[in-house]
Ligand binder design. Structure first.
Ligand SMILES: Nc1nc2c(ncn2[C@@H]2O[C@H](COP(=O)(O)OP(=O)(O)OP(=O)(O)O)[C@@H](O)[C@H]2O)c(=O)[nH]1
Ligand SMILES: [Mg+2]
Length: 472
């Protein structure tokens, strides 16, 4: 038997364009693996190591598709002794043979002891060439598993035929959707790899345990990112100094704009950190248009859909007088009603009413000499906070359901927020709401000193929600 490296290495093999590179990208969580609709995209073998805490734990090798399985099968059955390793002989005999360029390349990792993940497209029928490829892999004697990639089932479903054909050559067969596999499905696949060779059982057990520990770390960190975001929003105050009381109205509008921009920016940065934690670099260039995480945070659509009705918004802003929101000048400033009222409480903080022009102008007039510090925030209205929580959960759901092999969003398909809707704040228990209220209150009163009970409780509650959302 060929000597193997200490960590498990799996070469992903198959016919051209079946989804080999997609399986590699998804399993290795690497969105830099070239995936393309053009057959023959992958021409060279390439290693994709997976690191956890800077240590390599498993390696996948992307390979070119079989080029000439018929002739290769013929050579092997005529020249190779099935009792002895023959891969090196094949490579030596065909090094300069234009007919077997791909075979020489894809046999190389096998000659070095890699296990085989054979990928087939379950939406097309089994052909003779496929049977020959599977038989070649059987003859290598390498530990091997067949993965039936479910590509686009609308185009056909030959999964049963593939199972029957693969059973002759592989003792483990898995059905796997390379572009939609969740974390749990990836883990299932890795766990079933454990059975393909007793020598790898222990190493693969360590790998799956390391993946699971890492996943829970990510959930913990995501909960911390969301908690930090809310704490920042809870404490944020947009400030501005003016020197002329007659500039108050213009400054007020600028402040509101600044407040919105800054809060939206904090949210964007937090989402970016979540995305990075899940090793996504290209994801999110376009969240589906119908996703509420893809909308502008302060758009009326967002605020309304995430549980604010116009009445609630008006009520929320009532601290400074329900009538204010309808004021013509605010509408003229390009602010939606929802935006103003979400900020209503904020604007009302401090003085009886920053937005109540009469009072504020009267006050301001008296102080105008040294410049007037005006501010918007911190937000007193919890609705905006719940909107931000919900959007983070929605964003998280899209991130974890975007396999690293996906390069673009299909025209059709269910990419709405439906999968996460049961976890949003509108569906929360009384206890969950209480935990949130305690957290908001604590941050408002004391800021974010380390080790606060209410902050820890909130973060743990969010982490548990993330666990449920990811079904882990
Ligand atoms: N819808 C869908 N498309 C998939 C899936 N897996 C692969 N594809 C698409 O199939 C095409 C080929 O995928 P690749 O992963 O590049 O296939 P490959 O086997 O590496 O191809 P070569 O390198 O050319 O041999 C790409 O356009 C993928 O987006 C899947 O699970 N679902
Ligand atoms: Mg490829």
């Amino acid at each position: 038997m060929t000597k193997r490296s200490d960590i498990p290495v799996f070469a992903v093999l198959g016919h051209p364009n079946e989804g080999k590179s997609s399986v590699v990208a998804t399993l290795a969580e690497n969105d830099a693996v070239p995936v393309s609709p053009t057959p023959g995209e992958t021409r060279q073998c390439r290693d994709y190591p997976v690191f956890i805490d800077d240590a390599e734990v498993i390696r996948f090798v992307d390979t070119p598709g079989f080029q000439n399985p018929r002739a290769a099968h013929k050579w092997i059955t005529q020249n190779a002794d099935p009792e002895k390793p023959w891969l090196d002989d094949f490579i030596r005999a065909h090094e300069t043979d234009a007919e077997f360029v791909h075979e020489c390349r894809l046999f190389t990792p096998l000659a070095a002891g890699a296990g085989v993940i054979f990928v087939v497209d379950g939406t097309r029928p089994v052909r003779t060439a496929d049977r020959l490829e599977m038989d070649i892999l059987r003859l290598t004697g390498a530990p091997r598993m067949a993965v039936i990639n479910t590509k686009d089932r609308e185009h056909g479903d030959y999964i049963e035929d593939w199972k029957t054909a693969a059973r002759i050559h592989f003792n483990i067969i898995r059905i796997f959707d390379a572009q939609r596999a969740s974390f749990a499905e990836r883990m299932d696949l890795l766990k079933s790899l454990r059975a393909i060779d007793p020598d790898w059982d222990e190493a693969l057990q360590r790998v799956t345990e390391a993946f699971e520990t890492d996943w829970h770390m990510r959930l913990e960190q995501t909960a911390a990112i969301i908690t930090d975001l809310l704490a920042s929003v809870l404490q944020y105050r947009a400030k501005k100094t003016i020197h002329d009381a007659s500039a108050t109205e213009a400054a007020e509008k600028q402040l509101v704009v600044k407040y919105r921009q800054q809060v939206a920016d904090m949210e964007k940065k937090a989402h970016h950190r979540i995305k990075k934690r899940f090793k996504h670099n290209i994801f999110s260039y376009d969240l589906p248009a119908q996703s509420l995480a893809g909308q502008d945070l302060f758009s009326e659509k967002t605020l309304k859909a995430l549980g604010l009705t116009r009445n609630q918004m008006a009520w929320a802003g009532a601290g400074i007088g329900a009538g204010l929101g309808a004021k013509g000048d605010l509408a003229l400033a390009g602010l939606t009603f929802g935006v103003f009222t979400a900020l209503g409480g904020a604007l009302g903080a401090g003085s009886a009413a920053w937005g109540t022009r009469k009072i504020s102008r009267a006050k301001i007039k008296g102080q105008a000499l040294g410049g007037i510090r005006i501010y918007a925030g911190p937000v007193k209205n919890d609705q905006l906070l719940y909107v931000i929580i919900d959007r983070s959960l929605i964003y998280f759901w899209h991130v974890i359901n975007w396999a690293h092999s996906r390069r673009e969003r299909p025209e059709t398909g269910n990419d709405s927020d439906a999968g996460v809707s049961n976890f949003l704040s509108a569906k929360w228990s009384r206890e969950q709401k209480k935990i949130s209220q305690r957290f908001f209150k604590e941050v408002r009163q004391k800021g974010t000193a380390a080790g606060q009970q209410a902050v820890r409780e909130f973060s743990a509650m969010i982490r548990d929600l993330l666990k449920e959302i990811s079904r882990t």
